[in-house]
Design a protein around this ligand. Sequence first.
Ligand code: G
Ligand code: G
Ligand code: NA
Ligand code: MN
Length: 254
Amino acid sequence: LLMEGDLRRALQEDQFELYYQPKIDCKTGAVVGAEALLRWLHPEKGRISPADFIPVLESSGLIVEVGEWLLKEACKALGRWYKKGLWPANMKLSVNISPRQFRRKTFVEDVSRILHEHPIPDASLDMEITEGVVIQNMEETINTMVRLESLGVSFSLDDFGTGYSSISYLKSLPVSTLKIDRSFVRDIVEDQNDRVLVETIVTMGCLLGMDVVAEGVEEEAQLRLLVQYGCHSYQGFLTSPAVPIEEFEAFLIK
Ligand code: G
Ligand code: G
Ligand code: NA
Ligand code: MN
């Protein structure tokens, strides 16, 4: 059982790490961005999946501190890659923002402070949000997003298609990117229904002027279909899982 104490200690003792997974242009194979993903190496229990510990971070409120650490790490990395000429100014790094973090009263000020302390190229920070962020108060959510946009932050709607009313969010929220959940991508080669769903989501996103990213691409055959549908980019084991910063830097150099 994961205890809050374990996580508090993890934060104090630097047991968290940020891994990076590239986002790849479906047609050209070029790197077009990356997603930062949290990793935890427990001293006794080994690797623990974020799917298991993020809910505990959320319920304990520790997500605020970890989220702040994570944003700083991501901005430091961005700044460094940019200085080294590894990160074109128009490329985006995405961080996942959890509902509790997003809804914190001081979130916009916190982000603003971090961006001042760790300068990054203009418009290079993207935040992946899920509908959990929106569920409480749409007006307040939009207000927070607009204020963050004025700081140069853009938004991706994560896990698209898995929730209750995602389509209404596309209508109301200032999101520039739509991420197709990997549960839809997994079987597109074999499953006609999944093909229809993915093609429809891609078409809708394109017609709305959004960037569309497919998650969980593991095979060439899946990629070929995504290209055919006009999907812009993808993430997946076909190119690379999320990897430690040194490995990701080597990937950028290549
Ligand atoms: O990378 P992996 O498949 O192990 O991630 C499992 C889950 O944990 C995914 O749903 C992912 O969105 C979530 N996750 C990973 N890193 C972060 C993070 O930094 N913040 C939040 N809120 N969720 C994350
Ligand atoms: O919920 P979110 O989309 O943030 O989670 C991304 C999760 O998907 C991460 O845990 C990441 O490790 C995982 N992931 C990334 N690429 C692939 C893939 O090609 N196959 C599978 N099965 N998982 C993937
Ligand atoms: Na994500
Ligand atoms: Mn996702």
